[in-house]
Structure formats: structure tokens, C-alpha cells
Design a protein around this ligand. Structure first.
Ligand SMILES: *Cc1c(COP(=O)(O)O)cnc(C)c1O
Length: 365
């Protein structure tokens, strides 16, 4: 039996009530900003337990606009993870700021013990990345930020509804950035992003920034961006949000089942699963001996295993000028030893058993 990675066809196969809503929406002509977006933002802030949510064009823009709104300027240094997805670094560089990397720990997120030695007089912000569904150690990040007077924008694009001691990813820093990209846990039919914050002034500034800085039709208050969350996509998002908790719960139970069974294979190591953290498994990764052999074997058996990510961002050619030859051994180790398996809400035990059996077969050869 094949086990596919992408579930997008299944996810929106049967949603007649959503189609009805979209059809009714088209006849309103309310295509920019508008009521459905405002409704989505209220729903999103309730789900995440933040005071405010602002829909923007993408997760990348959610990071970028947050940094701009919080006063980050060209030449400012922004500390982030050496092993993140390109978008985090892209958002920082797009505004002329300089990414400064810290290595990961074995839980995929930045090793917060490495932050302080990277702080200079130019450091203005930390962008911790809640990677693969884990969370960075936000208690340490906030302690350091407070001591050095730095702002914190959380890249929570991969970790919607993850939490530490019940406090959600995105609600710890000055702002939290989420992505609604089709491949993320909570997704729409195109690009989209959301910023959450409890800070009313920041909220007001972000509302201007995402819409050309227009405070009304004829008044440009600041120069901003064209980065609104598409109203059509906000309707898709509002249809999905009531299912968000169920989706992450199902991912968590699938991950638990895989953990229990894959841990019986001596060549596979399950990452630490911290008790006080709700990990939401945007990516379900484990560490495997002869990882490349296992990957090829899985592919030959139609199990769509993947590597997230084979080249750590700090080593990518356009990014090397920022890492300046520094080596980040844990980021390298993760790239060389981790393998990810499908774990989404549309899989049942038969699929998971197929993954487990295939791994066993590979190591028993
Ligand atoms: C997906 C992602 C982003 C950016 O999201 P887009 O909506 O694709 O712009 C940022 N950071 C991380 C870690 C991501 O995985």
C-alpha cells in the first residue's frame, strides 16, 4: 500500500457548505478586506488566545511586517535559527536587516544557550522559529530579550496550536507570525498569513502597513505594503478553523502511534518529547541510522518519506555571507540524520503500520 505525503486532495474533497458560502460571497463584491476577513481575524485570535489577529499576504510577510512595525531598520541585526526554512531569513533580509544565526538543539529549534554570545550593539530582535511543530524555549528567549531590550517576533508558521505549559506558540513575543500556505497544518487555497499580538498600538500599525499605509481611502498615513489576506481565502480559513484542534489532535495521536512502534527499532531514535510542550508535528521527524538508505527503500515501496531539510539554510549559497564560514554542528547533524514520514490527519492505522513495517523490513534485510 502506498502512503502519500500530500493530503490536499482529500482535505477539500467534501465541503459543499464552503462552496455555498464562496458562491454567496462572490455576489457581494466585498473582495478586499471586508467582513469575511474581519470575521476570520476574530476567529483566529480566539483560537490562538491573542487579543488581536491581522491577516496578511503570507507567513513571510507576517514576519516582515511585524519586524517593520516594531521598528527594525536596515543594518539592524536579528538573531534567528541556522536551520530554519528560507522564508524566515528572506523576511529579515528583505527589509535590509542582517540575520545572525544560532545553532539548533536536538529538538529542531534554536539552542537558546547560544543566543547571548551573538548579541552586539546592533542586535535589535530575536526571531525564534518554532520548527517542525516543536517550540523554541520561549522562557529563555524572553529572559534574554528583556535583559538586552530586544523585540521578539515568533516564527510560528510550522507550529499553530503548539504550546508550552498551555501558552500557545505566537503569544509569547511582541508578535507571532503564522502561515496559511497549503502545506501548513491550517491552510487555505493559496498564500496567506496571520500576525497575532496583544499590543493595540502594534495592531493598529500593522493594519496600516498591510494596506499601503492607508488610514482611509484618500489618506496615506505611512508608506506600507500591499499585503492583505485575500478575503476569499479568509472564508476558506474560517471554514477550517473550527476543525483546527481536531486536526492537531489527530496529528499528535498519529505521531504517538509512530513513536511507540518505531522506537522498537534499534536503528531509529525518537527525538525527545518534552512533557510540558504540545508538539503539533507539522513535520514528523525521527533520527535513523543509514538514513539515506532508509529514504531510498521507503521511496521504492511508495512510502513518501522526506528530508526536512537536507541543506540547512545557513549553508545555502545566497545566505553564506551572513553565516561567514561558521559551522553549526547540530543543524548539520539534523540535516544528515533526520527523516520525516507522513503523519497528517487523513492517515489511519493501516497507513501508519505500512510505514512501520517498511522501516522494519529495511533494517532486517
Ligand atoms: C512556511 C514557513 C514560513 C513562511 O510562510 P509562507 O506563508 O510560505 O510565506 C516561514 N517560516 C517557516 C519556518 C515556514 O515553514
Amino acid at each position: 500500500m502506498a502512503v502519500r505525503y500530500s493530503y490536499l486532495k482529500e482535505q477539500f474533497e467534501n465541503c459543499p457548505e464552503l462552496w455555498d458560502e464562496l458562491k454567496n460571497f462572490v455576489s457581494t463584491g466585498d473582495f478586499t478586506l471586508g467582513e469575511p476577513l474581519a470575521r476570520f481575524e476574530v476567529n483566529f485570535s480566539k483560537l490562538i488566545k491573542s487579543k488581536y489577529a491581522i491577516g496578511v499576504g503570507s507567513g513571510t510577510d507576517a514576519i516582515k511586517l511585524s519586524l517593520v512595525a516594531l521598528g527594525i531598520k536596515p543594518g539592524d541585526e536579528v538573531i534567528t535559527a541556522a536551520n530554519t526554512f528560507v522564508a524566515t531569513v528572506g523576511a529579515i533580509c528583505e527589509i535590509g536587516a542582517i540575520p545572525v544565526f544560532v545553532d539548533a538543539d536536538k529538538n529542531f529549534c534554536m539552542d537558546t544557550n547560544s543566543i547571548e554570545k551573538k548579541i552586539t550593539s546592533k542586535t535589535k530582535a530575536i526571531v525564534p522559529v518554532h520548527f517542525t511543530g516543536y517550540m523554541a524555549d520561549m522562557i529563555s528567549v524572553l529572559n534574554i530579550a528583556k535583559r538586552y531590550n530586544l523585540i521578539v517576533v515568533e516564527d510560528a508558521c510550522q507550529s499553530i496550536l503548539a504550546n508550552i505549559d498551555g501558552k500557545n506558540a505566537g503569544t509569547w513575543g511582541n508578535a507571532g507570525a503564522f502561515s496559511l500556505h497549503p502545506l501548513k497544518n491550517i491552510n487555505v487555497w493559496s498564500d496567506g498569513g496571520v500576525i497575532v499580538t496583544d499590543d493595540e498600538n502594534l495592531y493598529k500599525k500593522l493594519q496600516l502597513l498591510r494596506n499601503h499605509g492607508l488610514s482611509d481611502r484618500d489618506t496615506v498615513q505611512i508608506l506600507g505594503y500591499n499585503s492583505r489576506l485575500d478575503t476569499f481565502q479568509a472564508i476558506v480559513g474560517s471554514w477550517l478553523l473550527p476543525k483546527a484542534v481536531e486536526i492537531s489532535d489527530k496529528r499528535i495521536s498519529n505521531a504517538k502511534y509512530l513513536d511507540e512502534n518505531l522506537s522498537t527499532i534499534s536503528q531509529i531514535t525518537i527525538p525527545d518529547r518534552p512533557k510540558n510542550m504540545r508538539v503539533v508535528y507539522h513535520i514528523y521527524s525521527v533520527f535513523a541510522e543509514n538514513r539515506d538508505g532508509l529514504l531510498e527503500f521507503c521511496k521504492s515501496k511508495n512510502i513518501q518519506a522526506k528530508i526536512h531539510y537536507p541543506v540547512p539554510i545557513y549553508k545555502q549559497i545566497p545566505v553564506k555571507k551572513y553565516s561567514k564560514g561558521e559551522i553549526f554542528p547540530n543543524s548539520d547533524w539534523l540535516a544528515e540524520n533526520s527523516i520525516s514520514f507522513p503523519c497528517d490527519q487523513h492517515l489511519d492505522e493501516n497507513h501508519l503500520n505500512e510505514i512501520i513495517l517498511t522501516c522494519k523490513e529495511f533494517y532486517n534485510k
